[in-house]
Write a protein that binds this ligand. Sequence first.
Ligand SMILES: Cc1cc2nc3c(=O)[nH]c(=O)nc-3n(C[C@H](O)[C@H](O)[C@H](O)COP(=O)(O)O)c2cc1C
Length: 188
Amino acid sequence: MRVLVVFDHPRRDSFCGAVLDQFCEGLQAAGHQAEVADLRREGFDPRLPLVDEPDWNDSHKVYSAEVLTEQERVARNDALAFIFPVWWWSMPATLKGWIDRVFNNGWAYGERKLPHQAALLIGTASNSAEDFRKRGYDTAMKTQLALGIMGYCGIEKHELVLLHDVMSGEGQRKALLARARKLGFTYF
Ligand SMILES: Cc1cc2nc3c(=O)[nH]c(=O)nc-3n(C[C@H](O)[C@H](O)[C@H](O)COP(=O)(O)O)c2cc1C
C-alpha cells in the first residue's frame, strides 16, 4: 500500500521526528511505500486564503495551485498517516491548516469523499494516559480528529494513537519508538 505520512514539527531531529523514522521503517518492513509530507520544511502556509474558501454553491470550485499540488499528493496514495506533537490537546496549527485547506468541500467531503482505505493519527504527548483519561481529553481528541475529520471525510478505518509520557526518560522513549515501528508494520 502507498501511505502518505504527513508530519508537523518545528524540528526534524525531535523525538517526534524519530517517531516518524521508526514508523516509516515499519511501513517499509511490511512492504508498504511511505511518502513523507514534511509540512514545516516544505514551508506550507496553513492560513486558508480566499481562493481556498469553500463555495457552498459550487462543489467543483478550483482551489489554489498549492492546494491542488497537495491534493495530488493525497490522491496518489492509498492510505494516510499523521505524526505530530499534541499541543493543547489537539494537533499543531500547521497540520490543522493543511487539513482546512486540502480536505476541501467537493473533494474530501460534500459531493465527493476521500477514497482512502485507512487513516492513522499518531500524537506524542508529555502527559500520561491517566491524565488524558481523567479529563476526557483522549475521547475528545478521538472524536474530533479521528471521527470528526477522517470519518467525516469518508475514511471508515481511522484511529488516533497517543504516545504518552515522552518526557519520562530514555527507557520510555525507546519503548514508544518500538511502538511506532510496530504501528507502521501492522496498521495498514
Ligand atoms: C505549545 C505546546 C502545547 C502542548 N500541549 C500539550 C498537551 O496538551 N498535552 C500533552 O500531553 N503535552 C503537551 N505538550 C507537550 C508536547 O506534546 C511534547 O513537548 C512533545 O510531544 C514532545 O515531543 P518532541 O520532543 O518531539 O517535541 C505541549 C507542548 C507545546 C510546545
